[in-house]
Design a protein around this ligand. Sequence first.
Ligand code: GCO
Ligand code: MN
Ligand code: MN
Length: 387
Amino acid sequence: MYEPKPEHKFTFGLWTVGNRGADPFGGPVRAGLSPVELLHLLAEVGAYGVNYHDNDLIPIDATPSERAQIIKEFKQVLADSGLKVPMATTNLFSDPIFKDGAFTSSDARVRNYALQKTMINMDLGAELGAEVYVFWGGREGTESDATKSALESLKHFRESINFLCEYSLAQGYDYKFALEAKPNEPRGDIYLPTSGAMLGFIATLDHPQMVGVNPEMAHEHMAGLNFMHAVAQAWDAGKLFHIDLNDQNYVRFDQDWRFGMQSLKQSFFLVKLLEDVGYQGSRHFDAHAMRTEDYEGVKDFARGCMRSYLIFKEKAAQFNADSSIQSLLAEIHSENNSLQPFAGAFSLEKANKIKTFAFDRQKIAARGLRYEKLDQLTNELLMGVRS
Ligand code: GCO
Ligand code: MN
Ligand code: MN
């Protein structure tokens, strides 16, 4: 019943199931698997697709013939397994050249190298069938604002995204760009720290219609924000091009836990939103197994992400069909239409009517909204005691 199927569009990055459990205080605990071995693992657990950074697949110092060989093998296993590549992205954070940013570096050589690296991987992504290209600027920020101008950095970032939009158009690619925000880590402060900030920035680009967001649950939670609200805003703006699902405790470092591991209620409302609006994109799990795990545990992790999503999806349908919950909601919203003549577009006549209408302030305020009951019913549904 909770088996992943292709239509669920469950995807994992090579770097997620390939994560070897290193953290700032300790090295890897799992042996590295090759990209091809990771594809086999993803096929075994029932994923729909795989996403990659250029250097998850091809080492940064690979020779052209090594590169060609890796791509050939990778394509073969994609074809054999049926796994898709819906998204590609560039690693603009690991190599020391990016220590003070990529597109926002003050050094034109670094900025142009970042463009080169991105264009080369856009070519490969298009060849592999990727439709979304993600930009996560892990190093685009500062520790000290003495070091560079936030305004110059924004200008450089805008110029780079504009340039790459033009490149995509000139090559005849059909990419949608998805900008991924994160408030900090690895930089002290990363520019454009939230999905809302990204949405504001997108409006300043030359081709805003090509660019949307890739909100990540852990990143909005690191900033102490309500992830579902951020996703709703992106959806409302027509900008939800991709999504990174995972979990974590609020306001900590990026824990990248299994989806559904910690924030049951937040995850439920998120899945409910995605399903209610009919989001058609990838459900990408940008997370990794705990450091305690071997590769059996990595499979448990990957299966758990997908299974939890499908359980939340079922709970969302249950919420929408629950007669007690729905009649309570209908009662709560019953006043919605009482001022129907005032609804809709502006007119001066309407404005004057609203200005002179006698609102019974005390009576309106005195009405109890029954949210306690509604929320308790919701929790009981999630806790599994409502059938
Ligand atoms: C992180 C980020 C990354 C990006 C990835 C794709 O915090 O490490 O979420 O995992 O999502 O680089 O751009
Ligand atoms: Mn993350
Ligand atoms: Mn991410």
